[in-house]
Design a binder for this molecule. Sequence first.
Ligand SMILES: *Cc1c(COP(=O)(O)O)cnc(C)c1O
Length: 396
Amino acid sequence: MYGNFQKYLSDELAAIKEAGLYKAERNIASPQSAEITLEDGSKALNFCANNYLGLADNPRLIKAARDIMSERGYGMASVRFICGTQDLHKKLEKAISEYFHTEDTILYASCFDANGGLFEPLLDASDAIISDSLNHASIIDGVRLCKAQRFRYANADMEDLERCLKEAQNCRHRLICTDGVFSMDGNVAPMDKICALAEKYDALVVVDESHSAGVVGPRGRGVAEQYGCYGRIDVHTGTLGKAFGGSVGGFTTGRKEIIEMLRQRSRPYLFSNSLPPMIVAAALETFKILDESDALHDKLLENVEYFRNAMMAAGFDIKPTQSAICAVMLYDAPLSQRFAARIAEEGIFVTGFYYPVVPKGQARIRVQLSAAHEREHLDRAIAAFVKVGKELGVLK
Ligand SMILES: *Cc1c(COP(=O)(O)O)cnc(C)c1O
């Protein structure tokens, strides 16, 4: 009986390709790093991974994972509350709480799950969720799973947030939710202002630190450190899949009663498998490394500054940001795709984004910097940008 459905899918897939929205994958045959090897043996410089601190192939993390696997085995074969908790999980939750200066932490299989399981256990139809319009898909899905009333404010627009807070004043509880760093522009949410409005209008504050943790703030501790908001943010969610080693895993960290309630009622925690010991041990090593020294974060900041300055000096139009995401504005959608394809031929991997991922007429190349990049990698990328920029008439 598959025939009709197969035709429907084939037509849909053809339409996706027709619209130029088909996502092809690059098959990498090396560890994730600044320089990667592809299946065909060719090499490329990688400027599109979330490997902000360059930890994805760090020897200490690899050793920690390997050692613990010999001692504690491969998998947990259980959810946390049945028989899937080792002392290691509790240690990692403690390490994350210390890193963010929070009271308690709960681990998930991913940040997608952390966000998916956050709202429904805490809020019901008498409450309000006030969400930034550019929040991550996992927040949008998490909000959909919850019966609370929904309010949406324009990206990082504090007047619009205040309007929502006023409209939601009759609700029992209000909760503001924002990404810490927005992945398309690389802009940082104005946490000091968000916290001030939350205090004025009696609302909780949730921030997803996936792109901000390890990156933003004087020591990379995220938006609370950046804006001096310790104690004013109720919940942070985050991933172990970006700056913190680039593997898998997510967490929610914050007020202890909130975390306690999530352990009782959060469905992705209750009904999905526990993180394997190797991931937990490597994540523990990650927080140890970050506690010992700020060298990786310092290097990331230097790389961001060097790259941005060189690109602006070359004449590119760069969005002003304080994160490791650098948006090179081209505005024209077909141009962004041609640019990304041409610069890939030069051995530089970046991502071209255009509508509907970004607003119409706002097409761009997104460059993600990493502590794994050496000066020579940055110089090669900048030279390729200039070459392709001249070729395609972006630069004079
Ligand atoms: C990447 C990302 C996620 C998903 O993280 P995973 O751990 O890979 O599921 C969630 N929220 C934001 C803002 C992200 O950037």
